[in-house]
Unconditional design. Structure first.
Ligand code: PEP
Ligand code: MG
Length: 748
């Protein structure tokens, strides 16, 4: 199929004019399909929208029989249109009738049409419908046509989202409001004050651009403005060191080549700078939301915060002066990034309540350094709280009382004093080593996902990086980062940690960590599928490139590497052999070799437990990945909230497994640590230390609480207690251990 020069820009211009007219949706769709069909000179253009019950309804069409409108329905997965909706990606069927999924709908009178191309109308993970074209001749469709369909679908999805949200906004009526809401504690603390609703910029309605080069210039200008704003923030003398470091890492994001290239590519498809930024952040958000690891997942907010800042600048809506707040303000938001928080007069913010959110968000790290209590995961808070409501927030318990009684308020003044004492205790621990009362040193390491993460962490607070998850740069870029790019990324991390040990983990992609350019989707059970070391052993060049980057990045220092998802000894030996090949290659090329090399394994597949005596002959260390290990031990999908809490990590069966691993490693004199989420939880950490683990790797925000545990517990006595409990109990010992900790002065 040949297009006349200038067809695509001209069609985009017509569509842009159309979408700017704010027409009723039916009319807009009718005109859109007309413009696309007539300008591209195709026989049919149709738009199907999802109706209640997940049915696709033929909503507008140029070329299909008019009597079929609103009378033709398809299930998701039914026919070629249903297939596009199911697969959620653009598909081309050159010979539509020959395709096994083809379904003939006689009412459309489509007998004559042969080829079909369509694209889903998607906003994030929400599917609105399908936009498709058909021709009577069998033909291929050039990429620029598919891109035009995608751009049109994106513009339609924005308009449909706007329609939806506008229709949904109802005033909060007092009768349907809750008096108390419950979320999860992100930063402990207690506060009372007046609600202030933080609003993110509304979605842009300016979607299609006239002139791509002008849009690229607008983008670059906005990037410069944002960099200037962040530089201004950095000069604020009130900022603590952790906050300065977070904003330095922000500044690096604004220069992130992969991110900027993606936005530029979207502009080149015909979108405005605002719509391109929105598109890219929606894509990154969607991909990152699949990740079950909270620390990695929370990096979404940094990208979104930056995206918002850029869009505000593009729209000329950036506020240069701080808003006037009540002196005791409780900030309420769906979500926010750290820079958004610092746009407020922080002295007046007494607590933050987020609809989403977890401990590992950067905004939480900033709020923590400012001692602002924070609650996350509270659900539809904006449907229950109005600006100006009086709130009592017990972040430690994750509770928010809306316009509370005098009794509740009296109770809160006592709570506020008690919490102040806890903070003073944490402050006293800064810089002190993790050592138990009976003299056992416990290494307190951190898990990171980006070299930049290290910039926001006080160097005195951790002993090393126990787990560097290397997937994120692979997930946020358009293509596999090459060896040079990877080396630069890893070098940054090495530079930040200085002399502290840092353990790289090779790529753990697949399962919940999906790469946009690597198609291993469609597996029925991806957590147990082709993932992690299984991929990198099969795609050896990928593994070799990463190992080469690690060797080059450490540049003569110690190299620590571990392999994820190892299921048997052979896999480990095979992976290690690959490292040896790379070391030899580097040597032959005259490169700098590491001063020493430690090669370990993650233990996260149960089969490996039964090979420990053999495995321990070959590994330099073991790191227990309890997130995966427990999901496989209990056959419980770690990403499925329905069953998250069904099994407990302190059940006798898990404790026995953890004890066996620790005992075997000690016998073989092989260091063993835990780097799963349980290491970040004070009660679980008590159990781990008692079972013999002297190295824990956790999310950085957990360090003060875990250090407080370590320094107030007696390892030997707690071990005696736990071992007796394991023998006596047939269910989780969490409650007993909590009481034991309170009775024995362990600081939890
Ligand atoms: C684990 O499985 O415990 C682990 C640390 O790895 P990840 O969470 O990245 O799968
Ligand atoms: Mg894992």
């Amino acid at each position: 199929m040949q297009l006349k020069p200038g067809t695509i820009p001209h069609t985009l211009k017509l569509l842009r004019d159309l979408m700017n007219k704010k027409l009723p949706i039916d009319l807009l769709l009718e005109k859109t399909v007309y413009v696309i069909a007539t300008q591209l000179n195709v026989d049919v253009c149709s738009c199907y929208l999802i109706r209640p019950g997940d049915i696709l309804e033929l909503y507008a069409s140029y070329g299909l029989d008019k009597s079929a409108l609103h009378e033709t329905f398809l299930q998701i997965g039914e026919g070629l249109i249903g297939e596009i909706a199911l697969q959620r990606k653009s598909l081309v069927f050159e010979d539509a009738w020959a395709h096994p999924s083809f379904v003939h709908k006689p009412e459309t009178k489509e007998t004559a049409f042969k080829s079909l191309a369509g694209t889903p109308i998607l906003k994030g993970d929400h599917l609105y419908g399908v936009l498709a074209i058909q021709t009577t001749q069998i033909q291929t469709f050039p990429t620029e046509i598919i891109e035009l369909l995608e751009t049109s679908a994106l513009a339609l999805s924005e308009i449909l989202t706007r329609e939806n949200t506008q229709n949904k906004q109802e005033p909060i009526n007092n009768a349907s409001r809750l008096k108390k809401m419950e979320g999860v504690c992100i930063i402990s603390g207690v506060a009372v004050g007046t609600a202030f609703i933080h609003k993110r910029i509304e979605r842009t309605s300016n979607i299609l651009a006239k002139d791509s080069s002008a849009e690229i210039k607008r983008l670059n200008d906005a990037l410069l403005m944002v960099q200037k704003e962040i530089n201004n923030m950095l000069t604020n003398p009130q900022l603590a060191e952790e906050q300065i470091d977070i904003f330095k890492s922000y500044l690096m994001f604004t220069k992130d080549k992969g991110w900027i290239e993606k936005i530029t590519a979207a502009i080149q498809m015909g979108l405005t700078a605002e719509a391109s930024i929105q598109k890219v952040s929606d894509e990154i958000t969607e991909r990152m939301q699949l990740i079950t690891d909270p620390y990695l997942r929370e990096r979404i907010h940094d990208f979104n915060d930056l995206a918002n800042r850029l869009i505000k600048n593009l729209k000329g809506k950036f506020r240069r002066t701080k808003l006037v707040l009540d002196k005791n303000t409780i900030l309420i938001a769906e979500n926010m990034g750290p820079a958004e928080l610092l746009d407020y007069d922080i002295k007046k913010i007494k607590a933050i309540v987020l609809q989403e959110g977890s401990q590992t968000m950067h905004v939480a790290i900033v709020a923590k350094s400012l001692n602002i209590p924070m609650i996350g995961g509270i659900g539809a808070i904006l449907s229950h709280i109005n600006a100006g409501d009086y709130l009592a927030v017990d972040a430690t318990k994750g509770l928010v009382y809306i316009n509370p009684s005098d009794e509740v308020l009296d109770d809160f003044s006592i709570k506020i004093q008690t919490h102040q004492k806890l903070l003073e205790k944490y402050k006293l621990l800064k810089g002190l080593p993790g050592i138990t009362l009976d003299g056992i040193p416990v290494q307190l390491n951190i898990n990171i996902g980006l070299a930049n993460d290290l910039m926001s962490i006080d160097q005195n607070d951790y002993d090393g990086v126990g787990l560097y998850r290397t997937e994120l740069p692979f997930m946020t870029s358009n293509q596999l980062p090459d060896t040079e790019t990877q080396t630069e990324i890893y070098k940054k991390a090495i530079l930040q940690v200085g002399d502290k040990p840092l353990t790289f983990r090779t790529l753990d992609i697949g399962s919940d960590k999906v790469l946009p350019y690597f198609d291993n989707t469609g597996e029925k059970n991806p957590a147990m599928g082709w993932r992690s070391i299984r991929i990198t052993l099969d795609r050896r060049a990928l593994l070799r490139s990463q190992l080469r980057s690690f060797i080059r990045a450490v540049n003569g220092k110690e190299l620590r590497i571990m392999f994820p998802m190892i299921s048997n000894v052979d896999e480990f030996l095979e992976a290690k052999k690959t490292l040896d090949i790379e070391l030899k290659r580097e040597k032959n090329k005259g490169g700098v070799l590491p001063s020493s090399i430690k090669v370990g394994t993650m233990l996260e597949v149960p089969s490996l437990i039964f090979q420990l005596p053999e495995l321990l002959k070959y590994v330099d260390f073991v790191s227990v990945g309890t997130n995966d290990l427990f999901q496989f031990l209990f056959a419980t999908d770690r990403g499925n909230p329905i069953i998250w809490n069904r099994y407990d990590s302190l059940a006798p069966e898990t404790l026995k497994v953890l004890k066996y691993i620790s005992d075997e490693c000690r016998k073989a004199n092989i260091p063993c640590s835990v780097c799963g989420e349980i290491a970040s939880n004070p009660i679980d950490a008590i159990a781990l230390i008692a079972l013999g683990y002297t190295s824990l790797s956790m999310n950085p925000a957990a360090i003060p609480a875990i250090k407080a545990v370590v320094r107030t517990m007696n390892r030997e006595k707690t071990a005696e207690y736990i071992l007796s409990q394991i023998e006596q109990s047939n269910h989780s010992i969490r409650e007993q251990l909590k009481s034991y900790a309170i009775d024995h002065g362990i600081f939890i």
